[in-house]
Design a protein around this ligand. Structure first.
Ligand code: ATP
Ligand code: MG
Length: 390
């Protein structure tokens, strides 16, 4: 009797002493949450690993892909749990090896977590290795760089046998790094920025500005899909949605055309300040990368940052678009970001936006606008969605 499993490996080095239990419990909850849509699945802590049991071998591969995106996980292995009797281990090892075709060389790597097992790891290596040689006579044993390594781990009353291991995202082994407000569009960049913060175990509040009522609510649906895709990262706890279109219309009629975008962005930051205060967040996050578009020059960044009352973190500031897109493919946000619905960014755009704005020009116009009233009004109408959505 064997059960399909994933073994979830995390960095043990960072887990000195007292934070270990907290981290393991949190990681277990995050893995459970990431696997919420998988039927008949259990997650348990066993000897420096998380053990996930699943209903089928196919499910282990699908689950491993999801688990590999949970921050704190360094590797995920797929295999089986069997009784720890040698005959059962041999049979499981052979099956796992056969599933690794095509290959020509292999070795066995055994480890026992408890010493009450009659065989030590050297003996296990030898005995299981002999059995495999007998049953796979056309293959060779190779100790250095074999095509396949069959791992056998004896943990408490069971043996865990696997050959397939997937690299995962890694990340910081702590319970939480605190809370941030991430300005989240459905574009490629900000979902990746939010994810990078979650990889460092920040709790993220997503703040999205839709063009409603001047546009449809399409971008809001896309951002909700993005939140769903980011679910394995486990840190996105809320999505706040602002209908921003009419404020942009107001700005467009009252601000010189070349400065409009900067004013939209300054108002976004003013709203983000208020949301951060309300949520107890300690920083704002954007998906900006230096020089990518007109508003992302150093001059314009300075003019927008002047509104921020919290540190503004820009995890992608030095990244190229190609790198960001590759990362979004890995995370699963690419397909939604590629749909590119109109959001507030596409509204009332000037033909020639200012690329080197100066605070001395911007501030007096800013002072003439009813910013505080707007922020109060926006906050009163803010739509808040608790995540994950079921
Ligand atoms: P993205 O791919 O993240 O949309 P972008 O390349 O379109 O970025 P900009 O439009 O200049 O660049 O936006 C810069 C940053 O401002 C975004 O990364 C995001 O953090 C924030 N932002 C832009 N549009 C919105 C929006 N509609 N709602 C929330 N935040 C936004
Ligand atoms: Mg955008």
């Amino acid at each position: 009797m064997s059960t399909p499993i994933c073994l979830v490996h995390y960095h043990e080095l960072g887990l000195k002493g007292r934070n270990r239990g907290t981290f393991e419990r949190q990681l277990k909850r995050n893995v459970e949450d990431a696997l919420d849509t998988f039927a008949d699945t259990t997650v348990a802590r066993i000897s420096g690993r998380l053990l996930v049991t699943l209903p089928s071998r196919q499910a282990t591969r699908d689950a491993a892909r999801v688990i590999s995106l949970v921050p704190g996980v360094v590797r995920v292995s797929c295999g089986v749990r069997t009784p720890r009797e040698l005959a059962d281990v041999n049979e499981a090892a052979l099956r796992v090896l056969e599933q690794s075709e095509p290959y020509s060389s292999f070795k066995v790597a055994a480890r026992r977590a408890n010493t009450n097992y009659p065989l030590d790891s050297m003996e296990l290596n030898r005995l299981v290795g002999e059995y495999l040689c007998e049953h796979a006579p056309d293959k060779s044993v190779k100790m250095k760089n074999p095509d396949v390594t069959v791992h056998v781990e004896i943990i408490e009353g069971s043996a865990y046998v696997y050959a397939y291991t997937q690299k995962a995202v890694g990340g910081l082994p702590v319970g939480s790094s605190g809370k941030v407000v991430c300005l989240l569009s459905a574009g490629f960049d900000s979902p990746v920025a939010a994810w990078r913060m979650m990889r460092r175990w920040a709790t993220v509040i997503g703040l999205h500005f839709s063009g409603r009522p001047e546009t449809t609510d399409a971008s809001e649906h896309l951002v909700r899909d993005i939140a769903q895709a980011l679910r394995p990262a486990a840190g996105l706890k809320k999505l706040c949605i602002v209908a921003f279109g009419s404020y942009q219309r107001d700005i467009a009629t009252r601000v010189p055309a070349d400065l409009r975008v900067l004013f939209y962005r300054r108002l976004m930051f003013a709203v983000a300040n208020a949301v951060a205060r309300r949520e107890g967040a300690k920083a704002l996050v954007t998906g900006e990368s230096l020089g990518q578009v007109a508003s992302q020059t150093l001059d314009n960044i300075q003019v927008v940052d002047a509104v921020a009352q919290f540190p503004v973190l820009r995890p992608l500031i030095g990244s190229d678009k190609q790198e960001i897109i590759a990362e979004s493919q890995r995370l699963g946000t690419y397909a939604t970001s590629a749909l590119n619905a109109d959001d507030c960014c596409t509204l009332f755009l000037p033909r020639n936006p200012e690329t080197h704005a100066r605070l001395a020009v911007v501030e007096p116009i800013w002072e003439s606008l009813p910013i505080d009233n707007w922020v109060d009004e926006i906050l009163a109408k803010l739509e808040t969605i608790k995540l994950p959505e079921h």
